[in-house]
Design a protein around this ligand. Structure first.
Ligand code: GLU
Length: 430
């Protein structure tokens, strides 16, 4: 293990997600990393932890933890989503903020990296409780963000509804209509296609990869884990490009249909709050006891959550002829799973690059707000597609310059690191 990384990470032995993300990064490009820069990169610039008190529907006081990890601002103001989920703790936040820093660097947008959120679970709450919570959360967070300092967005558990309440409270507290959040509703300056962007962007990047190999999505069987925003819009885009989504999952299990799933029907079903296990269509098979990665496919797109794909899943994908894995979620593959891929001939695109579509669309929203403009859905979609193709082209060039064609993991880490390194050096030790 790299000595500097070991020394720093050993101070926080419980932060395993953060440690794994850092070690995978360091291991992949160790020979290119300067020790002093690594030291700076392994400490978040600022970590904010606060309590979020609120009153529930029974009139009882509840308290959650709130977090914002402002990881690195060498390239621009901090930028990254807010996650409301019971699994949120400091480790999750640091790991996601670390990943976001590199992801944002790859977009070339001039954005630093951050992540925030709370262990609050919006799933079992009333509308009123969610609003109360968001207002209390923002009352503290507002002291630390700003359109030139830190611009949060959504993530798991934080969609347009939550962003609306958060933005409302921010506007009230600061007495300004400052575009300090992205993922806003259209009426408040949100960008069309922001909701679709991460899923669409993922598929655009895979399309760029296929195109690079004179291939396309036509007739490819695709397996997508998850059935939230990223998964659903990725699936819809796969279908548009001529592919066939044969399996999708949620916490209850996975659905499978050899001739291709009806994604719009799944989207409607999930939006009504039901589980995939409750789908009544007799042509769709529901499987709950086996991993979705046992389903033979050409392309696998993990779009659910971190660490959902382990080495056994990868072995099964390889045995069943899968050729491409691209991460729609943030780091859904474990370290061991990535090691298996590196031994195989599967082409792998890490989430840092493959799921950058969300932040690319956030960048478009920021541009739109700065220009007091409203872009059409088609315009945002075209800009998104162009950006994802460009990021992929940068990866191809970086992989070639490293003499490791097709190693997009190394290419992504190297490219993001180099952009950060150049900026960190010129800013001095700050
Ligand atoms: N949460 C998203 C991500 O993981 C979006 C971040 C943003 O738009 O700032 O990239």
């Amino acid at each position: 293990m790299n000595e500097i990384a070991r020394e720093i990470l050993l101070k926080y032995p419980d932060e395993t997600l953060f440690q794994n993300a850092v070690m995978d990064f360091v291991d992949s490009i160790e020979e290119h990393i300067e020790p002093d820069i690594l030291k700076l990169l392994l400490y978040p610039e600022r970590t904010i932890i606060f309590r979020v008190p609120w009153v529930d529907r029974h009139g009882r006081v509840q308290v959650n933890y709130g977090y914002r990890v402002q990881y690195n601002s060498a390239l621009g103001p901090y930028k990254g989503g807010l996650r409301f989920d019971p699994s949120v703790d400091l480790d999750v936040m640091k790991f996601l903020a670390f990943e976001q820093t590199f992801k944002n660097a790859l977009t070339g947008l001039g954005l630093g990296g951050a992540k925030g959120g709370s262990d609050f679970n919006p799933k079992d709450k009333t509308e009123m409780e969610i609003m109360m919570f968001c207002q209390s959360f923002m009352t503290e967070l507002s002291k630390h963000i700003g359109s030139e300092t830190d611009i949060p967005a959504g993530d798991i558990g934080v969609g347009k509804r939550e962003i609306g309440y958060l933005f409302g409270q921010y506007k009230r507290l600061t007495n300004s209509f400052s575009p300090t959040l992205t993922g806003k509703n259209i009426e408040h300056g949100g960008a069309l296609a922001r909701t679709e962007a991460t899923g669409y962007g993922l598929v655009y990047m895979v399309d760029a990869l296929l195109d690079h190999h004179h291939d396309s999505f036509e007739d490819k069987n695709v397996v997508i884990s998850g059935s939230g925003n990223v998964a659903i819009y990725a699936a819809l885009k796969v279908n548009t490009l001529g592919g066939r989504v044969i399996a999708m999952s949620d916490r209850s299990g996975y659905v499978y249909k050899e001739s291709g799933l009806d994604i719009l029907a799944i989207q409607k079903h999930k939006e009504s709050g039901k589980k995939l296990s409750e789908i009544s269509d007799p042509s769709v098979r529901f499987v709950f006891e086996l991993p979705i990665w046992n389903v033979p496919c050409d392309i696998a797109l993990p779009c659910a959550h971190e660490n959902e794909v382990n080495e056994l899943h990868v072995i099964s994908l390889i045995e069943n002829g899968c050729k491409v894995i691209a991460e729609g979620a943030n780091r859904p593959l474990t370290t061991e799973a990535i090691e298996e891929i590196m031994k195989s001939d599967i082409t792998f695109i890490p989430g840092k690059a493959a799921n950058a579509g969300g932040v690319v669309a956030s960048g478009i929203e920021m541009r739109q707000n700065a220009q007091f403009e409203h872009f059409s859905f088609e315009h945002v979609d075209r800009l998104l597609e162009k950006s994802m193709y460009e990021i992929f082209k940068d990866l191809v060039d970086a992989a070639e310059s490293l003499g490791e064609r097709n190693n997009y993991l190394k290419a992504a880490n190297y490219l993001a690191y180099k952009r950060l390194e150049t900026s960190i050096k010129s800013l001095g030790v700050i």
